[in-house]
Write a protein that binds this ligand. Structure first.
Ligand code: DOR
Ligand code: ZN
Length: 348
């Protein structure tokens, strides 16, 4: 199969930032995806419906004319998020989840949750109203090895959370380990996971062996080859619990190529193409449509898209950099060959 058509996919985990870079970033995603869940870790974070509504308008203003793209907004959970805010979010019709960043876990997580017990009322309201919690699943104690932070989160945080709120809908975001894939596989249907293209294609050797490659640095950090293989098995299994979330996380070149570089891989310019490469690498390109275009919509209770995209197995070269406001940005696989190409997006 050298050409395939897919129901137009959605990106269930995306960072678009704000300000003058929106116009440089939104077109990449709007070209490939019909909808995207927009992460709220701006500075300051998106904690109110009012802020989310204004941010949504700024994103829509950056959508190229003639493209249909819907940003699905989220709120940023803090120790002081109220049940009233949760109710207002549900009633707004523009908010599709609330993101849990454990304080200190990653980019702009300083305002995140210090102790889940402090969020009891907000979480109880989310459980009652069916609003999903999107989880950055890593513990943050300085004494926990960075490669163990996700697995420690499962037993230490996620299992107790599920015990206390059994009906709460959970998305374990950007899972990176065999243990997380197995946990989600065995969890009730209220628990799902997103998987990035970079965690399907790369392991920690790509980041660290033979030189430090900052553009491969993200959080949760790339793990072992055995983990990558487990994630690829889960993504291509046809299980509706696993779906596409790029976690494309743009940072200017100078903020990545630095003595203390930011976490985040910028994959939006070839997002669906990179997933196609990953699925094709194990002969499972036929499983891409469910993962990319059906299962996420089903989990979030949204209709599947009716338009389509085309992909063909043709090499092209990823540019070495793109514009990022007044600065520039290096995409993942800059200067390398990409093996699948987007051909068209058609309206239904
Ligand atoms: O690599 C990451 N980058 N992981 C995150 O959790 C946040 C993201 C960002 O916003 O840069
Ligand atoms: Zn993210």
């Amino acid at each position: 199969m050298d050409r395939i058509a897919l129901t137009c996919p959605d990106d269930w985990h995306l960072h678009l930032r704000d300000g003058d870079v929106l116009g440089d970033l939104v077109p990449f995603t709007a070209e490939r995806f019909a909808r995207a869940i927009i992460m709220p870790n701006l500075n300051p974070p998106v904690t109110t419906v009012h802020q989310a509504r204004a941010y949504r308008e700024r994103i829509l203003a950056a959508v190229p004319p003639g493209r249909a793209f819907e940003p699905l907004m989220t709120l940023y959970l803090t120790d002081i998020t109220t049940p009233e805010t949760i109710r207002e979010a549900v009633e707004s019709g523009i908010i599709y989840g609330v993101k849990l960043y454990p304080a200190g876990a990653t980019t702009n997580s300083e305002a995140g949750v210090t102790d889940l017990a402090r969020c009891h009322e907000a979480l109880a309201a989310m459980e009652e109203l069916g609003l999903p919690l999107q989880i950055h699943g890593e513990v943050t104690h300085g004494n926990v090895d960075i490669f163990d932070r996700e697995t420690r989160f499962i037993e230490g945080r996620l299992v107790p959370l599920m015990g206390r709120y059994p009906r709460l809908r959970l998305v374990f975001e950007h899972i990176t380990t065999a243990q997380a894939a197995e946990f989600v596989h065995e969890a009730p249907a209220s628990v799902a996971a997103t998987i990035t293209a970079h965690h399907l294609l790369f392991n920690r050797n790509h980041l660290l062996a033979g030189g430090l490659r900052p553009h491969y640095y993200c959080l949760p950090v790339l793990k072992r080859e055995i983990d990558r293989e487990s994630l690829l098995e889960a993504a291509t299994s046809g299980s509706p619990k696993f779906f596409l979330g790029t976690d494309s996380a743009p940072h200017a070149r100078g903020d990545k190529e630095s003595a203390c570089g930011c976490a985040g891989c910028f994959t939006a310019p070839a997002a669906i193409e990179l997933y196609a490469e990953a699925f094709d690498s194990v002969g499972r390109i036929d499983m891409l449509e469910g993962f990319a275009s059906h299962f996420g919509a089903d989990f979030y209770g949204l209709p599947r898209n009716t338009d389509s995209i085309g992909l063909e197995r043709v090499d092209w070269n990823m540019p070495k950099h793109y514009r990022f406001g007044q600065r520039d940005i290096v995409p993942l696989r800059a200067g390398d060959r990409i093996r699948w190409r987007l051909t068209e997006r058609e309206r239904a």
